[in-house]
Design a protein around this ligand. Structure first.
Ligand code: PEP
Ligand code: MG
Length: 574
């Protein structure tokens, strides 16, 4: 039998595996009572379910590699602590004893009581902990409800996860459980969830509507990220076809490895810098495997996720130190926290009253407003700057005031480090991301005040074309080749030349081989991308003639609004 659904492929890879439906929310439990002679049995069932839930959490914790920073483990630890608390380990047992409830119903009564307590709390952070309690209770319920041990909790290793939606933080956890791929009903290819999946090389589809309703647990399926296709099939011929495709792509990747030692230089001698985007310090290893010239974007916010408390200065310093030292002298651009929008912080969750979080208190706006969050972060980055070639980059700038405020804060933080006798690089370079159209239009002003600029096309496209990058309903409008986007990119590159500062691009556009000839023609020479894309980018660059591309693209940009130019552009970017 074959059944197919279409979606948006967010990684070019193919995955074959069995479906695992990830259920969100609470399990529906009906009131149920047992005869007196079964009470002991229910108590035993309850105790056994708690033990199994604990074992399941411990086994997840054990699968987290030791090289990963400790916060993911601490996230699991929090759930283990909740499981051990009398509120979950004892109180439901009292209900079974006193009211003759079935174990599931006793737990449900206790859940409702706990939720009421959390809902009544004034502190939004504490109130948000309700989700953790729910998560742990669901774990116990699932063990209570499963008929045979192991039925409902298969290992996720090699499975294809089917979910309504997944947050960036979920991807980090799923990756550690060895999932083969994932499919979500919502989401867009430029969401942070998608970017993480690409970075980790997990084949995935987003925007597969009704996936959780039409797909069944355990079905054999193929996720084809290149074609945006999901095939449910156990037909061996078809599966073998896809296995061949996986082998062919592995062979292609092996061939590309021959370029490791080759420079990223065009046929006519123009050199490009190829940098890596990383989310976690452990990815530094990959930057060496694919011969990156350094790290062009370190998204520091992932250190803050999947945990109930914020990392302090020391913990951040340890992570940045690991990254800087791991680079063995290569440069690194550490981006200050880009929290907000689809990257929310568990540890300072706010009431969600904001209608447009992407236009709200995000990135530098949030940091400048929350010195308690920002100062230890800047201190940690500055301290890491003493250890290697570190530069700092500010996301989502829209106003020069933000640069001034940032610089003033940096001075104060440097002063505090001096007072504490801690080392830092006095002349650490400060750059900004151009991801808001206002900043691109004022690129000259930003170029005058900053040491470098990096174009974040993921957001620049979102904000220029007014389409939410995580909303699959408007994804069809997401177009990096839109003339307005290209004009803004060109303005930034030209401003960089006028003010003699380097201009990089670190949005997904930079790592897409289709756009590299156009960008080289526009004068861009620094590309930052997920490590796995670096060698393909190098292959493309080595095949180009920069001078003739420059002539061709300059002509195109002059007449960018004409229909025949758009056709020529599309041809160049095939
Ligand atoms: C971008 O917006 O292009 C970018 C690189 O930042 P992020 O994807 O983390 O928002
Ligand atoms: Mg961005």
């Amino acid at each position: 039998m074959i059944f197919s659904c279409s979606g948006i492929g967010i990684t070019p890879g193919i995955a074959i595996g069995e479906a695992h439906l990830l259920q969100r929310g609470t399990v529906e439990i009906a009131p149920r009572f047992v005869p007196l002679n079964q009470v002991t049995n229910e108590i035993d069932r309850y105790r056994q379910a708690v033990v199994e839930a604990r074992q399941s959490l411990i086994s997840i914790e054990n699968k987290i590699p030791k090289s990963t920073w400790s916060e993911i483990a601490s996230f699991v630890d929090t759930h283990l602590l909740m499981l051990a608390d009398a509120a979950l380990s004892e109180v439901p047992i009292e209900f079974i004893r006193e009211q003759n409830c079935a174990a599931e119903w006793a737990l449900q009564i206790q859940r409702d009581a706990l939720v009421k307590v959390f809902d009544a709390m004034d502190d939004p952070y504490l109130r948000s902990r309700k989700d953790d309690v729910d998560h742990v209770i669901n774990q116990i319920q699932k063990f209570l409800l499963q008929k045979k041990k192991g039925d409902e909790f298969p290992s996720l290793q090699g499975r294809i996860i089917i979910a309504q939606d997944l947050a960036p933080a979920d991807i980090i956890l799923l990756r550690h459980q060895g999932v083969a791929g994932f499919v979500t009903e919502g989401g867009g290819p430029m969401s942070h969830t998608a970017i993480l999946a690409r970075g980790f090389g997990i084949p995935a589809l987003v925007g597969v509507h009704h996936a959780t309703q039409v797909l069944r647990q355990g079905e054999q399926m193929v996720v084809d990220g290149r074609q945006g296709l999901l095939l449910v099939t156990d037909n061996q011929k078809i599966l073998n076809h896809y296995r061949d495709l996986i082998r062919a792509s592995e062979q292609r990747a092996t061939l590309l490895l021959r370029l490791i030692k080759q420079p990223a230089v065009t046929q006519d001698g123009a050199t490009a810098r190829l940098m890596a985007n990383i989310e976690l310090p452990e990815e530094i290893e990959q930057t060496h495997s694919f011969a990156a010239d350094g790290v062009g974007l370190y998204r520091t916010e992932y250190l803050y996720m999947n945990r109930s408390s914020m990392p302090d200065e020391e913990e951040q310093y340890a992570a940045y130190k690991q990254a800087v030292e791991g680079l063995e002298g290569l440069p690194i651009t550490i981006r200050t926290l880009d929290l907000g929008a689809d990257k929310q912080l568990d540890s300072c969750a706010k009431e969600s009253t904001v209608c447009n979080p992407a236009l709200g208190l995000r990135a530098i706006r949030l940091c400048l407003k929350e010195p308690k969050l920002f100062r230890p972060h800047l201190r940690a980055i500055l301290r890491a700057s003493a250890l290697g070639q570190v530069q700092i980059m500010i996301p989502m700038l829209s106003n020069l005031h933000e640069v001034h405020q940032l610089k003033a804060t940096l001075q104060e933080v440097k002063e505090s480090l001096r007072r504490d006798g801690l080392q830092y690089a006095e002349n650490m370079r400060v750059g900004g991301m151009i991801e808001v159209p206002a900043a691109a239009l004022a690129a000259d002003a930003f170029a005058r005040e900053l040491d470098f600029l990096s174009i974040g096309t993921n957001d620049l496209v979102q904000y220029t074309l007014a389409i939410d990058r995580i909303d699959d309903e408007v994804n069809y409008l997401y177009d990096p080749l839109h003339p307005s986007v290209l004009k803004l990119i060109q303005m930034v590159i030209d401003a960089g030349k006028r003010h003699s500062i380097p201009i990089a691009m670190c949005g997904e556009m930079a790592g897409d081989p289709r756009y590299i000839p156009l960008l080289m023609g526009m004068g861009l020479r620094e590309f930052s991308m997920r490590p796995g894309s670096l060698l393909e980018a190098k292959r493309v660059i080595r095949s180009l003639d920069a001078a003739s591309l420059s002539q061709q693209v300059t002509r195109m940009m002059k007449h960018i609004d004409r229909p025949n130019t758009l056709a020529a552009l599309a041809k160049l970017c095939q």
